[in-house]
Design a protein around this ligand. Structure first.
Ligand code: ZN
Length: 709
């Protein structure tokens, strides 16, 4: 329900934007983040403006981002890529074959302008009369009238999505080009203007009496036009919609309810500064949110420790303010859940997408149960391998600042773009020849991908597009393991979009963010299998195993840990426990220790980690990274073991947004209300730890020295 939620979510969006500028490593822990080039939050344009139940779905744009900012991320242990300081080409110097086929949308800027003019004409001063003439009539329009309205609505919205897609793609490839920037700005304003001018549609539908809503959903006209589930999702909110007066009140309160989030953004991204540090050789380094993870990945232990202490020193100096800000956000969650008559914050976060609460609790319970054989075992291995690198130290204690330190020697393994795309095409063979052909055409003939970095191109990687365009992948391809994995990941998103757009009408071709990471991580698993089959040396094998462990740590265990804390503090607030700095710190420290286990020193500073995680400002969000990975792990296991027909998996992708994501997954045998998908990830992680343990058996700490008496 856009009108009633927009003001509220917009505040979160503001932080998301700010976050993108300042903290490079993204929302939840960018496991493949090429640290400083990780994209900003880009799940879906205007996703913040319109919730999934909205009419104007928006082209899905899925970045490689995950979760938390610096230090949260799963991390690859490869050394930072050397900068060869080659000057970047300007956009006009990039050969056409390296660019995406944006001309498949509009053959020229003039064609874009013409469509913009046509839509502007149709909008008649932003009023969209063909739609607004129906305002106030939905209660009496009957099924045929509602269908006609929705048809008209989608006919316009899909054109606007095309316009928006072209505008943002062009802008992202050269963000300093004023002409492109202006075109993008105009597309955005049409998009917002339309969303605003038509927000009454959902509101009017929600306001229909129960009996009328039920008749409408079940009517043959609605069924024939394919709007049944669309309406069902809108009507699902009815029990949580207030009177017109109540809704107006909440809308008015929107801005002030977002104040804590905005204040956090300002503090985190602008006002906080960190003490510079010195590394083991005495060299001075700045510490910023953007370079923090680079310090954490350094082989220089003194540098890691100094950066860790510098960062937490700054947050610690503001712990009372930061506790008030997080407390404010949690109080907002509690207020909104109660105002909307949900039984809890958890329910209010999950119900709109039809996710049962047991999905969340099953994730946390299964992970906790498995911690000794997964994360704790991993921490022990980390302790042995780091000790082996420091033979002079008698007893090696792993600290929190050691958790992202490189574990194994660097291996120089390179993939040209051509080698990478060939490997990606090969890797998807288990999904059948049609799927493979889709991917092949995207990577070869159809130019889905904008391959390399150029001057002023947006950083990071994402997959984008809309119902009436082909998929598009933005890359800043680097010839390393990270590069090829990112390509496989984004192609997974794009192929998912291609399949769902071909199979679904416009109202269902956009899939839920809850399920988006299934297709991408599934394809990463396939790539991993292909790469494992081709490497020949133990060093390369070690690198692949280690990188996969880092991915799972960042996407699964780390997110589960954050989700655990988030639920704990929201439930505490519901039980009227004050969220004091002391409470937040002790709760966080306890959960962090539970997850990492007894082999890591409980550094005091870690109790403040909650204070710097922007994602806690988006209500119970991060768990979705973990649930997606779990679903994809179980699906990949079963497809590769011949227990699930590839086509049954592809049916999940083709399903798009036509039913709730949990239902789609269940049709392919994945039940997120049970422990099985989460156990699949834990089992995989455990066997990778065992494998790395075996591969590194020769890397041993020094034998304990004799004690002289
Ligand atoms: Zn992704």
């Amino acid at each position: 329900m856009p009108p009633r939620r927009s003001a509220f979510v917009a505040a979160t969006a503001a932080v998301a934007g700010a976050r993108g500028r300042a903290s490079s490593s993204s929302l939840a822990g960018a496991s493949r983040a090429r640290s400083s080039t990780t994209p900003t939050y880009s799940s879906r344009p205007f996703g913040a403006l319109r919730q999934p139940t909205s009419l104007l779905g928006g082209g899905l744009r899925v970045g490689t981002n995950r979760g938390t900012p610096p230090a949260g991320p799963g991390v690859t242990t490869m050394a930072a890529t050397e900068t060869t300081a080659k000057p970047l080409p300007s956009r006009s110097e990039v050969p056409v074959e390296d660019t995406w086929a944006v001309e498949s949308i509009f053959p020229s800027a003039q064609a874009f302008d013409a469509e913009l003019a046509a839509l502007t004409d149709l909008s008649v001063g932003g009023k969209w009369p063909t739609l607004t003439s129906c305002r106030g009539t939905l209660a009496t329009a009957g099924p045929a009238g509602v269908v006609a309205l929705l048809d008209e609505y989608f006919a316009i919205s899909r054109r606007i999505q095309v316009l928006y897609t072209y505008g943002h793609l062009q802008h992202d490839t050269d963000t300093a080009d004023d002409v492109k920037k202006a075109a993008y700005g105009r597309a955005v304003s049409v998009y917002y203007g339309f969303a605003e001018a038509t927000s009454w549609v959902d509101s009017e539908l929600v306001a229909l009496p129960d009996a009328q809503a039920a008749t409408l959903t079940a009517s043959p006209e609605v069924a024939a036009a394919g709007y049944g589930f669309h309406l069902e999702k809108i009507f699902r909110d009815r029990a949580h919609t207030l009177s017109a007066e109540g809704e107006a009140l909440i809308a008015m309160a929107g801005k002030s309810l977002g104040a804590a989030t905005k204040a956090f953004g300002a503090l985190n991204n602008a006002d906080l500064t960190f003490e510079p540090i010195r590394d083991g050789k005495g060299n001075r380094h700045e510490v910023t949110l953007g370079n923090y993870i680079g310090h954490m990945r350094s082989r220089d232990r003194r540098r890691r420790e100094a950066a860790f202490k510098s960062l937490y020193g700054a947050y610690g100096a503001h712990e009372n303010t930061l506790a008030e800000l997080l407390g404010g956000v949690v109080e907002r969650n509690v207020f909104m859940a109660r105002a909307r008559k949900y039984d809890s914050v958890l329910e209010s976060a999950l119900a709109p997408n039809g996710i049962p609460k047991s999905v969340y609790t099953s994730l946390l319970e299964t992970v906790r149960e498995a911690l000794p054989r997964t994360m704790h075992k991993y921490a022990r291995l980390r302790r042995r391998l780091l000790h082996a690198q420091s033979p002079a130290v008698r007893t090696f204690h792993v600290h929190y600042w050691d958790l992202y330190a490189p574990l194994i020697p660097d291996v120089d393994i390179q993939f040209s773009y051509d080698a990478a795309r060939a490997a990606v095409v090969d890797s998807v063979a288990p999904l059948g020849s049609d799927y493979q052909e889709t991917v092949r055409q995207g990577l070869y003939e159809r130019r889905w991908v904008d391959r390399y970095e150029n001057l002023n191109k947006r950083s990071g990687a994402y997959s984008s597009g809309c119902h009436d365009t082909q998929p598009f992948v933005l890359m800043n391809y680097q010839e390393d393991l990270d590069g090829i994995k990112t390509l496989a990941h984004e192609l997974g998103h794009s192929a998912h979009s291609a399949l769902s757009r071909a199979a679904q009408p416009v109202q269902y071709s956009d899939y839920s963010i809850f399920i988006a990471e299934v297709a991408s991580t599934f394809n990463e698993a396939l790539l991993q299998k292909t790469l494992r089959a081709t490497v020949t040396t133990d060093a390369e094998r070690m690198m692949l195993v280690n990188a996969q462990l880092d991915d799972i740590r960042g996407t699964f265990f780390r997110q589960a840990q954050l989700a655990d804390f988030e639920l704990a503090i929201n439930q505490a607030a519901e039980a009227k426990t004050p969220l004091t700095p002391g409470f937040l710190k002790s709760t966080y420290a306890r959960i962090a220790a539970d997850y990492i286990g007894p082999d890591v020193v409980a550094d005091k500073e870690i109790e403040l980690e909650w204070s710097r995680i922007p994602h806690f400002h988006a209500k119970l969000y991060v768990y979705q990274y973990a649930t997606s990975l779990a679903a994809s792990a179980q699906l990949a296991d079963r497809v590769l073991a011949g227990k699930l027909a590839p086509d049954d998996y592809l049916a999940v992708l083709r399903g798009g947004g036509s039913v709730d994501p949990v239902v789609l997954l269940r049709q392919a045998g994945v039940d997120l209300e049970t422990t099985a998908p989460f156990e699949a990830v834990c089992n995989q992680f455990e066997s990778l730890v065992d494998e790395l343990d075996a591969l590194t058996a020769h890397m041993q700490p020094p034998p304990p020295r004799e004690r002289s008496s």
